[in-house]
Design a protein around this ligand. Structure first.
Ligand code: PMP
Length: 438
């Protein structure tokens, strides 16, 4: 295989010299990809890797429908939203049609961070308040105001700690809930901790402005909210005059299979929903959808303008992604293949002691690795060894969670049963090898 371009070593060196030094690189031995196609990524030596991690290539790498829509529109017109164009209206119609309740007004931006920042502006315009309630270990974006509400960042190295307006509720993680909590009460018990934060604010004569959470906390380790949790939290936050924001940046667009949006699996309708990553299959597009009421509060005399947001090319891409999800019935595929993977993971759990918990919905999946199933101590090294071992065998997965001991998988929505068999076989072989090594 003819090697083209710069060597891996040279790219690493030039990155160090030319780019911000805290841009990280995946894996101890970096990979240079030169091409993507469907569920596959091809490296500079022509080796294909099964991509089970990259959330963004939602309908597969270099999907022809997306490439065609993008190229056609780019060859015709790309300009800003101050001129009329069909695409932005067509896309807003299609996107809001996937949303329940009063979620009927869209704003288009260019990244998940920008979507969350816009959500905060909407929230402030509507409530006139600032007090945040977020979940521990959450990440909501890269701007300073989002770092400030992201415990994953502000509590860790390089972070500046917790700001007075930020209130952190524990991750509603059923697997690590106190042993004396009955399972059917997990939703209520975890929701009570949000109630306590609201009571603390009230005691100081304050009130929450908003509650923001991922509908499935991912950075906290692929944690699935216990039944009833969001219903109770949303009720308490709204009773105190706050708004409820669902961050669907990782989990949206049918990934959970049964529904378009992961919040729907909790039986709630947020006041603001933010979307990113999968929305454009890799094209930098993101969005906020909210209610007419909140949109009208935001309309306070100041113009809202976004140079690239909602441009004809981005909206053409967004439309193509929705066409493919709907036309190819990818939500059903996510559900079926996800269930098949879950059954495979459960069977593996019977063979490998290290698998403490398996959890998933559609194609959003996690396997928590433990030293010991009783005390649930994190098996961080084991998880790293599995991730590296899978990579050596040509399968890309990630690790996540406070102890980096949760294997994280978010394969493209086109993931087939054959791809699932491939992933399961590689995991089986890797678990056996890592277990044998001890
Ligand atoms: N919210 C969540 C849940 C995310 O995972 C991310 C990105 N990792 C963001 C927001 C920010 O998105 P972006 O990187 O596109 O700005």
């Amino acid at each position: 295989y003819e090697q083209k371009g710069r060597s891996l070593e040279e790219i690493v060196k030039r990155r160090r010299e030319l780019l911000l030094p805290n841009l990280s690189i995946s894996y101890d031995k970096p990979i240079k990809f030169v091409r993507g196609e469907g569920v596959w990524l091809i490296d500079d030596r022509g080796r294909a890797y099964l991509d089970c991690f990259n959330n963004v290539c939602h309908i597969g790498h270099a999907h022809p429908a997306v490439v065609e829509a993008m190229a056609k529109q780019a060859a015709t017109l790309n300009t800003n939203t101050r001129y009329l164009h069909d695409n932005i209206v067509a896309y807003a119609e299609r996107l809001t049609a996937t949303m329940p309740g009063k979620l009927s007004v869209a704003g288009f931006v260019n990244s998940g961070s920008e979507a969350n920042s816009l959500a905060l502006r909407l929230m402030r315009a509507h409530t006139g308040r600032e007090n945040a309630i977020v979940l521990d270990w959450a990440y909501h974006g890269t701007t300073q105001e989002l770092i400030d509400i992201s415990p994953y960042k502000f509590q860790r190295r390089g972070g500046k700690g917790q700001k007075p307006h930020v209130h952190v509720a524990p991750v509603p993680d059923s697997y690590h809930a106190p042993a004396d909590w009955p399972v059917e009460e997990h939703g209520t018990r975890f929701a009570e901790s949000v109630g306590e934060l609201i009571a603390m604010m009230r005691a100081k004569g304050e009130a929450p402005a908003f509650f923001m959470a991922e509908s499935i906390p991912s950075i906290a380790g692929q944690v699935f909210l216990p039944d009833g949790y969001l219903q109770q939290v949303y009720r308490m936050v709204r009773e105190a005059g706050g708004v409820c924001i669902a961050d669907e940046v990782q989990v949206g667009f049918g990934r959970v299979g049964s529904r378009w949006w992961a919040f729907e699996t909790q039986g709630v309708v947020p006041d603001i929903v933010t979307m990113g990553k999968p929305i454009g299959d890799g094209h930098p597009l993101a969005a906020v959808v909210t209610t007419r009421d909140i949109a009208d509060s935001f309309n306070n005399g100041m113009e809202y303008f976004n140079t690239f947001g909602g441009n004809p090319v981005s909206c053409a891409v967004g439309l193509a992604v929705l066409d493919v999800i709907e036309g190819d019935d990818l939500r059903r595929n996510a559900l079926e293949v996800g269930n098949y993977l879950m059954a495979g993971f459960r069977a593996m759990q019977e063979r490998f002691e290290a698998i403490g918990d398996v959890r998933g919905m559609g194609l959003f999946l996690g396997i928590e690795l433990v030293e010991d199933r009783k005390n649930k101590a994190p098996a961080t090294d084991f998880a790293r060894a599995v991730s590296n071992g899978a990579r050596q065998r040509g399968v890309l997965i990630g690790t996540e969670g406070p102890h980096d001991n949760v294997l994280k998988m978010r394969p493209p929505m086109i993931f087939s049963r054959r791809d699932a068999d491939h992933l399961l076989a590689v995991l089986e072989e890797t678990f056996a090898a890592v277990t044998a090594r001890g």
